[in-house]
Structures are given as C-alpha cells and as structure tokens.
Design a protein around this ligand. Structure first.
Ligand SMILES: C[S@@+](CC[C@H](N)C(=O)[O-])C[C@H]1O[C@@H](n2cnc3c(N)ncnc32)[C@H](O)[C@@H]1O
Length: 273
C-alpha cells in the first residue's frame, strides 16, 4: 500500500472534498488546531500514487499495513434512517436495534458506509418511496460502491435488484457485504454506465455519481427506468444542480423534490408516462 499526501490550508477543504468525492480511499484530516488539512489518498500501486503527485504535488510514501487498518477504523455510532433502517460500520449483536432492519457496512475500499450526505439522503428517499410501493419492485443501483443502496432496497421490499460499478474492487466489496449481511437475490457486477445496456426497465433506479457523469449518462439511464418509475439522483454539487435538472428534464424526467445537505444536492424524479 502506498499513500500520497499533501498539506493544504483549511480554506481549500471544500475544493479538496469535491475533487476527491467518490474516492473511498481518500482521507482529509484537520491538523494544526484546524488551521490546515492533510489530504491523503491510499493506493495499491506506487504508480497510481505517483500520478496524483504529478498532478497535485505533495509526496508519496510506502505505508505499513497496520497504518492502513488504523486509517479505516470504523465509526462505532450507527446511522439511523427514519427509525426504520440502521447502517452500522461495526458488527451488531442479535437484539441490538430492536424493530429495525440493520445493515453492517464496514469501511473498505468502496464508497458507501452510509455516512456521506449523498448516500444517507438516497437511503432516506428509498425508505420513503418504498413505503408507497406495495408490489415487489425492481431496483437498479448505478455506481453501487459498497452495495449499501442495493442492500437497503432489498430489505425494503424490492424484488429483483441489480447493482454495478466500473470499479472491480467496489464490486468485490459489495459481494462481501452481501455475504456479511446474509442477503440473497441481488446481482452485483462490474460495468460502466457508458457501456452497459439492457432492454429491461426498473421501477426504481438510483445513481449517486458525479454531476458530469450524470449529465452525460441521463439519456441512457432514462431507457432503464419504467414509465412512471422513480429516479433518485445524488452526488450533485449545489452549483451543478441547474445543469443536472435540465439534463433530467431533457431525458424525460419530471422533477419531484430535492434535498440539500451541506454542499450536496440529491433529488427525486419520475419518468414521464
Ligand atoms: C459516490 S460513489 C456511490 C456509492 C454508493 N452507491 C453510495 O451511494 O454510497 C460513486 C460510485 O460510482 C462508481 N462509478 C463512477 N463512475 C462510474 C461509471 N461510469 N460507471 C459505473 N460506475 C461508476 C464509483 O466507482 C463509485 O463506487
């Protein structure tokens, strides 16, 4: 394991967070009493870390594996979604969280332990929308990361569930999480939203991706959402919302609502009938 790191002034925190959004191997820590930040990206290959140094400066060092474990230490505080779902980064005992469904998703090399605003808003939207659906609905998770949204959909009553990611490591993690949570009936696979295609339509589709990816992929995504079906988008920075909402309207979606958390926007749409 190799780590690229760079020190930066605190005023660049937002810029770094945006730049590294979606990278599960990045860590930003405040140092010097909150006046500065240390930005780190953990890489399996030295070459990968070297490329980041070429782009942003900073330094690269080899990392002892015990540091890597320490860096990814799980948070013990679970995330509660609408009094219905609990997402825990640490194992739970039978009887913990009585009356709620629990998903255990430890931090690994895939985005999606649930605590990022973009994921937690998708989870809230999913819980709310699932309560409105009575039949077993089909669900597609584009850019599944840890698989947390697909697993939540299954628990919330989805029938057929698929999730894919162009990062093979994320797919490995998602499959591990399925086993860990003893969930069956989800297909996770490696695919790129710009290459993957299907004739099948899903009743609920979620895509928590960069705005630029969403804008370009929306005409494709629209074919995979059934008429009247629900699309949940996330990972949109406030200043990119306008562009994404115009692209969604152009791809045949009717805007329902949006939620801002910090600098992130998530939104729900229905595909026009
Ligand atoms: C922000 S994470 C979201 C993970 C998870 N769905 C969640 O909500 O927590 C975005 C994920 O999309 C994947 N991704 C990015 N671009 C993609 C593409 N073109 N095709 C498929 N997956 C992509 C990334 O590898 C990453 O795992």
């Amino acid at each position: 394991m190799w780590v690229w790191s760079k020190l930066s002034a605190i005023q660049w925190l937002d810029a770094w967070e945006e730049r590294l959004y979606g990278n599960p191997n990045s860590v930003i820590s405040e140092i010097k009493g909150g006046k500065s930040i240390r930005v780190e990206v953990y890489c399996e290959q030295e070459e990968e870390a070297g490329k980041i140094r070429e782009q942003f400066g900073g330094s690269v060092r080899e990392l002892k594996s015990r540091n890597w474990v320490a860096m990814s230490a799980p948070k013990s505080e679970p995330l509660l979604i609408r009094d219905r779902l609990v997402i825990s980064q640490v194992p739970v005992k039978d009887g913990d969280h009585e009356g709620k469904d629990v998903l255990v998703v430890p931090p690994e090399m895939a985005f999606g332990t649930g605590d990022h605003a973009t994921t937690s808003t998708c989870l809230r939207y999913l819980v709310d929308h699932a309560a409105e659906l009575d039949e077993r609905w089909s669900f597609l998770d584009i850019g599944t990361g840890s698989g947390v949204l697909a697993m939540a959909a299954k628990i919330l009553g989805a029938g057929e569930v698929e999730g894919y990611d162009f990062d093979g490591k994320a797919v490995e993690v998602a499959l591990r999480n399925l086993e860990r949570n003893r969930i069956e009936g989800i297909t996770f696979y490696e695919a790129d939203v710009f290459e993957w295609d299907t004739d099948q339509e899903f009743e609920v589709v979620v895509a928590n991706l960069f705005s630029s990816v969403l804008v370009e992929a929306l005409p494709r995504i629209s074919k995979w959402v059934s008429a009247g079906g629900r699309l949940i988008l996330s990972g949109i920075l406030k200043e990119q919302w306008e562009e994404v909402s115009v692209a969604a309207a152009g791809a045949g979606f009717e805007f329902l609502e949006q939620k801002k958390v910090g600098k992130w926007v998530s939104a729900m749409f229905d595909r026009k009938k």
